[in-house]
Design a protein around this ligand. Structure first.
Ligand SMILES: *Cc1c(COP(=O)(O)O)cnc(C)c1O
Length: 451
């Protein structure tokens, strides 16, 4: 076992053994399972130290050299380094590193650019879009008039529809970005359309910002006015987000950077989380090193290897493959609403994926017809194509065990799921797969058992 503080938690274990014990269990779950939720990653022990530091004690409303309190000799340089690294890494003239997370960052963008009632365009939720891009249950869909666009039958964004809707509806703001989209974004085509109709084009590259920094996905910088990215996905930083303003954005509105800063604070947030900002600086430092280019390239190679392994076993993938870090398995050949069976059975085997809607999903978002899985964390652990082929095979084995389960009507669901859960706990094939998963993970230690 590792002697690292983040495993032993020496102080916490004494002060609050209940919480310490659960954190240790969670660390073991992460270490000995295959973490394939594509929005997750493992951050380095160096980042954990920054995140767990005394910086969390500091109130820092305002921006470097423009604060409301005292005591900024060390926190100002830290936030400034984070800002400068963000600007350098992405090649933009302005960065705000204070957003608490992606959803509030997107809200700050609305606040800077739109008025309530304005029209906004984003990718439809079940086509892979994010809640904050105008979905009805999100505040973005309540405050603004949402005009969703979709993917075509091959799983690519329907650019003809984007163009037609933009010209018809004249939105104030267009989002390009997604949470469950497996193809590359054509930022240039989006940029042309936004320019034709005078809309602000904002890239939400939360899922792919690490790939962009690694050169494994094209960059939106020349084509959009601003960019939002979470820092905790492929970028491999702490939970958090940043908003970047591009040269094109400053040409459209020379005050855009100030508007964004004002929207984040005082518009939406109070004191920033300086421990998180320090960890973001460290993450950006890591992402600018040459090894990160290899990392990004390997993430994509690994996702392609998983995709071919699954296709080889007869599974259907949305869009038939992937260009990035994730694949979406379409389970409708076995019936509708089967994502829950696949994801729970995989969890039983120590493989963590998420049930997900597929484009034109005939089922509801809570019982969707797909599962989404990705390779950022496995790649961080050092796994490569050989491991992906094994994992793809195991995933197919597990799905094969449960594809016959049928979601009953609402009233009978609880009972049925209870029986299903007992079945998967007693399933020999799933148990065997679980053992193989644990063995494989032990061969790729990340936090535990390195020395
Ligand atoms: C993850 C994500 C967000 C939201 O980030 P949170 O930190 O979960 O609030 C927004 N947009 C996209 C495209 C995302 O993938």
């Amino acid at each position: 076992m590792s002697m690292d503080w983040f495993y032993d938690l020496p102080n916490l274990a004494r002060a609050d053994p209940e919480i310490a014990g659960l954190i240790k269990k969670e660390l073991e779950r992460q270490e000995y399972g295959l973490q394939m939720i594509p929005s997750e990653n493992f951050i380095s022990p160096a980042l954990l130290e920054a995140l767990g530091s005394v910086l969390t004690n500091k109130y820092a409303e305002g921006y470097p050299r423009k604060r409301y309190y005292s005591g900024f000799d060390f926190v100002d340089p830290i936030e400034t380094i984070a800002i400068e690294r963000a600007k350098k890494a992405f090649g933009v003239p302005h960065a705000n590193v204070q957003p608490y997370s992606g959803s509030p960052a997107n809200l700050a963008i609305y606040l800077a650019i739109c008025k309530p009632g304005d029209k906004i365009m984003g990718l439809n939720l079940s086509d892979g879009g994010h809640l904050t891009h105008g979905w009805k249950t999100s505040i973005s869909g309540m405050l603004y008039q949402s005009v969703p666009y979709h993917v075509d039958e091959n799983g690519y964004i329907d650019m003809d529809e984007v163009k037609r809707l933009a010209h018809e509806q004249k939105p104030k703001l267009i989002w390009v970005g997604a949470t469950a989209y497996v193809r590359e974004f054509d930022f240039e085509a989006f940029g042309k359309i936004a320019d034709e109709v005078g809309a602000y084009l904002i890239a939400d590259m939360s899922h792919i910002s690490g790939l962009i920094l690694a050169g494994a996905h094209r960059s939106p910088v020349d084509h959009v006015h601003a960019i939002m990215t979470t820092t905790h996905k492929t970028l491999r930083g702490p939970r958090g987000a940043m908003i970047l303003v591009t040269r094109k954005g400053l040409e459209k509105d020379p005050e855009l950077a100030e508007k964004i800063d004002k929207a984040v604070f005082p518009g939406l947030q109070g004191g920033p989380h300086e421990n998180q900002i320090a960890a973001t600086a460290v993450a950006l430092g890591e992402a600018m090193r040459p090894e990160f280019r290899e990392y990004g390239a390997q993430v994509v190679k690994n996702a392609k290897a998983i995709a071919s392994a699954l296709i080889g076993r007869g599974l259907k993938l949305v869009s038939g493959g992937t260009d990035n870090h994730l694949v979406l398995v379409d389970l409708t050949p076995y019936g509708i609403g089967k994502g829950v069976f696949a994801s729970e059975a995989l969890e039983e085997a120590g493989v963590f994926v998420n049930k997900n809607t597929i484009p034109r999903d005939p089922a509801s978002p809570f019982y969707p017809s797909g599962v989404r899985m990705g390779t950022p964390t496995l790649t961080t652990r050092g796994m490569k194509e050989d491991e992906m082929r094994l994992i793809g095979d195991w995933i197919a084995d597990v799905i094969n065990e449960v594809k016959g389960y049928e979601l009953p009507e609402k009233e009978q669901r609880a009972e049925y799921l209870k029986k299903f859960r007992a079945d998967i706990r007693n399933n020999e094939k799933i148990r065997e797969t679980g053992q193989k998963v644990r063995e494989l993970c032990s061969r790729f230690p990340f936090y535990l058992g390195r020395g």
